[in-house]
Design a binder for this molecule. Sequence first.
Ligand code: 5GP
Length: 196
Amino acid sequence: MNFLEERIVKDGIVKEGNVLKVDSFLNHQMDIKLLNQMGAEFKKRFADKNINKILTIEASGIGIACIVAEHFDVPVVFAKKSQSINLDGEMYVAEVESFTHKCKNNVIVSQKFLSEDDHVLIIDDFLANGCALQGLIQIVQSSGATVEGIGIAIEKGFQSGGRIIRNLGFQLESLAIVDGMDASTGQIFFREQNAE
Ligand code: 5GP
């Protein structure tokens, strides 16, 4: 097991409905040392890529993306989920369906912060059905920028997102891939990977 899988086993909680709660270290309270280890691992896995920007989605992707960005020494852009008075000018918009909130949202990025010169690493906390990711990919593509890769903390391998995104030809690196969970025993089954 790698460092993230060990932490998921220690502190993750399996909920009914195929939901894994990791709010004590990843997406509510955040363990910055752990995030830092994740940043170092992504840097290693995307070492051959010339990345000049990180893109994520609010809210729970932002913390991870910021720490990852330190390792790449690049800025972070986060897609917003609602229109606000602080968003002005031309915008890229994509529609995504939320797994946790069971609703549809627009994700929005100002055209000022993504252009065809950008080489983007997309970062998010979870990958389930891939709706959030597909929205982010769509936004990068409408800007003319290049998706250099996608880094995910936890992929739920029994949902379709990972397969869809890999079949599209993207380099998708998930630090932990959960292939099954049992809410009655709390057991979590991980896919074998080569990561440390
Ligand atoms: P997707 O769009 O891939 O279906 O879902 C991705 C988003 O749903 C993630 O950004 C994450 O916020 C949320 N999500 C999906 N599954 C889980 C889960 O099991 N636990 C938690 N905490 N969030 C999840």
